[in-house]
Ligand binder design. Structure first.
Ligand SMILES: [Zn+2]
Ligand SMILES: [Zn+2]
Length: 335
């Protein structure tokens, strides 16, 4: 295959400014990297947090995007794990050191020296990207398509959050019914668990969408659910949902914050936390999460609902996500 020397990319230069459509060199893989021709890349709320300056120190002249599906078209000279033609997913976790205390404990998601795709490493809002061979996830043929892109972050982070709640939870609350929730509900229903979906107040469309995907109940975040819930996962980045969720949680129940950024959590009475309720966050992912989840997604099977945009329309896709106009996930498709 003839690889061009330049490609289209959407580049982030400065917070609060749109991404800039640019022509940049096609990257050259280092010895342990592969060159991937991108099929599609999902758009995630984390991209908005970067654009809004809420995550500090992004790579200068960053190409965002960390839900990449594509095809290997070139390999560095030390690459043995992948070959041209392999279909891979490239997730948020792009590199770990392997020697810090977190890596040695099996918590590579907390690595002190980690690299993150579309944040500290260039990502997928482009026609090509490079990635370390050991941080690419193998995809099945159905997953190597635009519909597979949201599995790479929304799916994976949703899955890691889901793993933080007790396996025997019968009734699970999800706050923020976007890309992650629409995937996770399929996994939970597959395991016969009940989902209570909380949306922005008055967002009847998302509530209908949640019911269509099998939610037992769907309503406004400020409304109490019809019964207490065993565990909740917060995908909406609103800190005031933490006490709200605790108020609806059974004794010993868990509230998991699944986002990378959240507005401040207001003070709340200790009685909401008392009786061994737990509030915790989830950070990043491990490669083990990735392998487990992609296998599970194939078994369920998870079907994503996506709205397609071209790479040039990345800013429009981000604004649509910001304004809650996307049901399911927004995906940039390379043509
Ligand atoms: Zn993400
Ligand atoms: Zn490390």
């Amino acid at each position: 295959m003839q690889i061009p020397t330049t490609m289209k990319a959407m580049v982030f230069h400065e917070a609060h400014k749109p991404l800039v459509l640019s022509t940049v060199p096609v990257p050259t893989p280092s010895p342990r990297q592969v060159l991937v021709k991108i099929i599609a890349c999902g758009v995630c709320r984390t991209d908005l947090h970067i654009m809004d300056g809420e995550l500090d120190r992004p790579k200068p002249s960053l190409i965002p995007g960390h839900e990449i599906v594509g095809t290997v078209v070139g390999t560095g000279k030390e690459v043995t794990a992948l070959h041209p033609g392999d279909q891979v997913g490239i997730p948020w976790l792009g590199y770990t050191c392997g020697y810090c205390k977190f890596c040695l404990r099996g918590q590579e998601n907390l690595c002190d020296n980690a690299g993150f795709t579309g944040y500290t490493l260039d990502g997928g809002f482009a026609e090509y990207t490079v990635a370390d061979q050991h941080y690419c996830l193998p995809l099945s043929s159905p997953q190597a398509a635009p519909g597979g892109a949201p599995l790479l972050c929304a799916g994976l982070i949703g899955y890691r959050s889901y793993n933080m709640i007790p396996k025997d939870a019968e009734n699970i609350g999800i706050y923020g019914f976007g890309a992650a929730a629409h995937i996770l509900i399929q996994v939970a229903r597959h395991r016969s668990q009940n989902i209570f979906a909380f949306t922005r107040d008055g967002d009847l469309e998302s509530q209908t969408f949640a019911r269509k995907l099998g939610a037992t109940w769907a309503g406004d975040s400020s409304d109490p659910p019809p019964q207490l819930i065993d565990a909740s996962i917060l995908f909406a980045p609103a800190g005031d949902l933490v006490p709200t969720a605790l108020r609806s949680t059974v004794k010993g129940g868990t509230v998991v914050c699944g986002g990378i950024h959240m507005s401040d959590i207001p003070s709340f009475p200790y009685s909401l936390l008392w009786e061994e309720r737990i509030v915790r966050s989830v950070a990043n992912l491990t490669r083990k999460d990735g392998l487990e989840f992609l296998k599970l997604a194939g078994e369920v099977p998870v079907r994503t609902e996506i709205t397609e945009f071209s790479v040039e329309q990345a800013n429009e896709a981000l604004e649509a996500l910001r304004n809650g106009r996307i049901h399911g996930a927004a995906v940039l498709v390379m043509r």
